[in-house]
Design a protein around this ligand. Structure first.
Ligand SMILES: Cc1cc2nc3c(=O)[nH]c(=O)nc-3n(C[C@H](O)[C@H](O)[C@H](O)COP(=O)(O)OP(=O)(O)OC[C@H]3O[C@@H](n4cnc5c(N)ncnc54)[C@H](O)[C@@H]3O)c2cc1C
Length: 490
């Protein structure tokens, strides 16, 4: 990267290192950089540090547009944005040196690998006498601040949320005043297109473009429209995929184009008019927090059962080592589920909605996930990976935590015997068939596939497997307690 220092006093220059906080409003790291002197924005696409989970395709698409929008938002304040690719713990100190900045500010992350990256970057910067400060910006409560009476992390949502929601929540912070950016030239960095975030070859993103506007302004408008038009009926309408009954704010929260503080306080203003709806909605923000607290305390949430007893559940996993008799079915079943061709209209509608728009309604996520892990008996990690690749809101905490919740292996999980029946769920939550009709218009005609499995038989099989797992682990527990690594393939 060519280096040329700012024309202003480099000693006053501060870098704000953006990560999952791609916004100019309510951004404490950005405010600190602006207060320090000449602010310079930096985003590093780090897919190389050891252990980093590469972003999925839909997430990359969102990120491209979010960075474009962030660059415009910062330009309005006079702040340049440098883009770079590579291991962040190396690049951030290097770029800081090239800019001649005396301070680097960022908002905290909570995944274990990301925390290691941040710690190493911090040590390197501090060794070079650079001031480093981090802030709380993407969670309402720091995970280490909440613990049960016994001092352990919460594993049950209700007491967690009772404790969390009784604490004070700060107000959103202002956007810095324009004119706080570094006045001179800065290292050119990579062009946005060099990050190669958009689809190469086949353009599969048309549906995403049609459905989303991945900008901070669009997130704020959606929040306003939600509070005004959707919140009054949220508690009941949120369950209906055929209605626009939920906020659809998840990708904006995922990418930090909206902060939970902004959402919380926007909600607070309307609590008096709709106290029940507002409190049900607030508790969904609570689930988001709960998932992140789980990830903080269980860094391998995406790969290991939180309840080790489930290591003995005979999940199917289609790989080369699988016996041929089982392999092709599992592979074919997984592909049919991914493509929305299971023969169960509600599941197929959800999977097609996901593929087309990068989002799926929460009720349908639960039904579709339950069908994969309980009726088809396929490991929840395969579903989690598919969602990771296809969701615009794919979130390192909420995705695995919810998959584990559905599978029964997670914190405060749905009881295993709660196996959603996609047909009765469709009757209840899509009573006129509008949602399934929109996504699966051919359901009921001869070209639509028969269900992959019989719902009753596969349910009974899952319950047998569960009983077998319990029996096996209770006898093993006597002789060998505490086995915890997940036995499924990596
Ligand atoms: C198998 C499965 C996988 C999921 N994967 C993700 C994911 O990768 N990213 C993600 O943001 N959500 C995930 N969810 C949770 C939930 O489905 C979405 O947050 C929700 O559908 C987003 O729509 P909304 O913004 O309209 O939600 P609303 O009902 O309007 O809720 C408001 C906000 O609360 C949060 N929220 C709501 N429900 C949950 C929940 N169960 N867990 C965590 N946060 C929640 C979201 O940030 C959401 O935007 C998953 C759920 C399931 C069952």
């Amino acid at each position: 990267m060519a280096s040329s220092h700012t024309d202003g006093n480099p000693a006053d220059t501060a870098i704000v290192w953006f990560r999952d906080d791609l916004r100019v409003a309510d951004n404490p790291a950005l405010l600190a950089a602006a207060a320090h002197g000449n602010a310079v924005g930096l985003y590093v696409l780090d897919q190389e540090s050891a252990g980093i989970r590469p972003l999925g395709g839909a997430a990359r698409w969102w990120l491209h547009h979010a960075l474009e929008d962030l660059r415009a938002g910062l330009a309005g304040l006079g702040i340049p944005l440098i883009l770079a690719r590579g291991p962040a713990a190396l690049l951030v100190p290097e770029i800081c040196d090239q800019v001649g900045a005396s301070a680097v500010f960022w908002n905290r992350r909570y995944g274990a690998v990301e925390r290691v990256v941040d710690t190493v970057a911090k040590q390197r910067l501090q060794r070079a006498d650079v001031q480093v400060e981090s802030f709380q910006a993407s969670l309402l409560h720091e995970p280490w601040r909440l613990a049960t009476g016994a001092g352990t992390p919460y594993r049950v949502f209700t007491p967690f949320w009772k404790a969390a929601s009784s604490l004070e929540i700060r107000y959103p912070l202002p956007t810095p005043a324009p004119g706080c950016g570094a006045p001179g030239r800065i290292p050119a960095g990579d062009a946005l297109d060099d990050l190669c975030l958009l689809p190469l070859g086949v353009d599969w993103a048309a549906g995403l473009r049609e459905h989303w506007s991945p900008s901070e302004g669009a997130g704020l408008s959606l929040l306003g429209a939600f509070i005004q038009d959707v919140l009054p009926d949220y508690a009941t309408a949120r369950e209906r995929p055929d209605l626009h009954g939920s906020s659809r704010l998840s990708p904006y929260l995922r990418w930090g184009q909206l902060s939970p503080f902004q959402v919380w306080h926007a909600l607070a203003g309307s609590r008096a008019g709709h106290p029940h709806d507002a409190s049900v909605f607030a508790s969904q923000l609570g689930w988001r927090e709960f998932c992140w607290h789980q990830l903080f305390h269980n860094p391998d949430l995406a790969v290991a059962n939180l309840r080790p007893v489930f290591n003995a559940y005979p999940w199917k996993w289609p790989d080369a080592s699988e016996p041929a008799a089982e392999g092709p079915d599992t592979r074919a079943h997984l592909a049919a589920w991914q493509q929305g061709m299971t023969g169960l209209p509600l599941v197929d509608a959800g999977q097609r909605e996901l593929w087309h728009t990068g989002w799926m309604h929460n009720r349908v996520r639960m039904v579709s996930a339950s069908f994969l892990v309980k009726n088809l008996g396929i490991h929840w990690r395969l579903g989690e990976q598919w969602f990771w690749d296809t969701l615009v809101d794919a979130d390192a905490a909420s995705n695995p935590a919810n998959w584990q919740w559905v599978a029964g292996s997670g914190a405060d999980a749905s009881p295993f015997f709660r196996i959603f029946n996609p047909e009765t769920q469709a009757k209840k939550f899509d009573p006129e068939g509008r949602y399934t009709g929109a996504w699966v218009p051919e359901a009921g005609n001869p070209h639509y596939p028969e269900p992959l499995v019989d719902l009753k038989e596969s349910r009974a099989l899952a319950l047998d497997s569960y009983a077998g797992m319990k029996a096996a682990t209770s006898s093993v527990a006597v002789s060998s307690p505490g086995r915890s690594p997940d036995s499924s393939p990596a």
